[in-house]
Design a protein around this ligand. Structure first.
Ligand SMILES: Cc1cc2nc3c(=O)[nH]c(=O)nc-3n(C[C@H](O)[C@H](O)[C@H](O)COP(=O)(O)O)c2cc1C
Length: 350
């Protein structure tokens, strides 16, 4: 968890870069372009506009630095502005239309679109900072029986469930696991029936189409003092089958007034799906005591290619000609599974 002040100072850095950099460019573009071998602007009008717009983005960043809490909407504008600037610049560089000097601006803006986005998420959920830093909140005092709700398409979350359960049981808990079962068994199965199934799940995830699930056995009256929910990330959101549990208000009494914890598994993007899951739990009346997220083993870009290859082939090490580049293991590392065991134990001792 990156402390909020770092994001704030990053805003100051880009304010100085956008503001000062564009003023410098407007005054010295002739000698600078000559020095770098860049052809002089064909349309001076457009050039000044572009520099003015980029300068304005610097003013925006300065306003965010001065009043982060009151500038959340500005951050949204900044994400769009820097995102468009970054992506189009990279596109035109790849197309061979612009000098590498401008690519630096594009990369800078693309990076800051992400930084703004992360900062916005943090500002929108200040209450989560402490729990995302790894702490476990004190519970309601009762101890002994936990339910773990989960849905796992490719088995990563299933492994996580086993680890959390081991941790809870090591501290004397009795644990029931409740698997969420989608009704469309032909679609939500792995290995996929066809590549189209992945596309369909993906498109539905982007459009946030609901997934019908078999009615889970979640009575209002039960003796679980802790409910753990495991989800995965699907296209930067939580998975449809787990979200469906919360879409039905009839399930909310199961969570109301109970201690709850979450863990999310994904390739790398967990913040939004975890925040969605936490908000759903809180909306159902649960009291959040712990939250964790775990990403697949390896570094990018190997991690991303390994995921795509695993989803396509249903096993690691394929295609064979890319074996040297792919991760030998899909999903979480042993260290992460151990960490999930410790998470379970810490929840039991909350
Ligand atoms: C349709 C689909 C979309 C995904 N989208 C993302 C994503 O946006 N970000 C990410 O980090 N991982 C993404 N993943 C990777 C999963 O979160 C990851 O494979 C996870 O381990 C799956 O957990 P499970 O096996 O318990 O279902 C996606 C996987 C699938 C199948």
């Amino acid at each position: 968890m990156i402390p909020s002040r770092y994001y704030r100072y990053a805003c100051l850095v880009t304010a100085a870069a956008n503001g000062g950099g564009n003023l410098f460019l407007l005054v010295f573009y002739r000698p600078l372009f000559e020095l770098l071998g860049i052809s002089q602007p064909v349309d001076l009008h457009y050039f000044v506009w572009m520099a003015g717009l980029s300068f304005t983005n610097g003013v925006l960043a300065l306003l965010v630095f001065m009043d982060p809490e009151g500038s959340r909407s500005l951050l949204k504008v900044g994400i769009v502005g820097k995102g468009i600037f970054g992506l189009t610049t990279i596109h035109f560089y790849v197309a061979g239309d612009i000098h590498w000097f401008f690519l630096l601006f594009g990369i800078w803006d693309a990076i800051f679109a992400v930084i703004f986005w992360l900062y916005l998420m943090q500002l929108q959920a200040p209450d989560l900072s402490e729990i995302l830093s790894g702490s476990i909140r004190g519970g309601d005092g009762s101890r002994g029986k936990a339910a773990i709700l989960y849905f796992s398409l490719t088995g990563t979350g299933r492994g996580g469930v086993d680890s959390v359960r081991d941790g809870l049981e090591s501290k004397g808990y009795t644990v029931d696991t409740i698997q969420i079962k989608p009704v469309e068994t032909g679609l939500f199965r792995f290995p996929f029936g066809s590549a189209l199934d992945f596309v369909r799940i993906g498109a539905r995830a982007v459009l946030r189409v609901r997934a019908k699930i078999e009615p889970p056995d979640l009575p209002a009256a039960h003796d679980y003092d802790l409910i753990v929910v495991g989800s995965q990330t699907w296209f930067v959101g939580m998975s449809a089958p787990i979200e469906e549990v919360f879409m039905d208000p009839a399930n909310h009494p199961f969570f109301r007034g109970r201690d709850a914890a979450v863990f999310v598994v994904c390739r790398g993007l967990w913040r939004r799906s975890q925040a969605m899951l936490i908000r759903h739990l809180e909306g159902a009346g649960a009291s959040l005591v712990g939250a964790r997220a775990y990403t697949h083993t390896g570094r990018e870009p190997s991690r991303l290619f390994s995921l795509v290859a695993y989803l396509a082939y249903g096993e690691t090490g394929r295609p064979a000609f890319l074996k040297w580049f792919l991760q030998p293991r899909y999903g979480l590392s042993e260290a992460d599974l151990d960490e999930l065991r410790r998470f379970g134990a810490a929840l039991a001792e909350r």
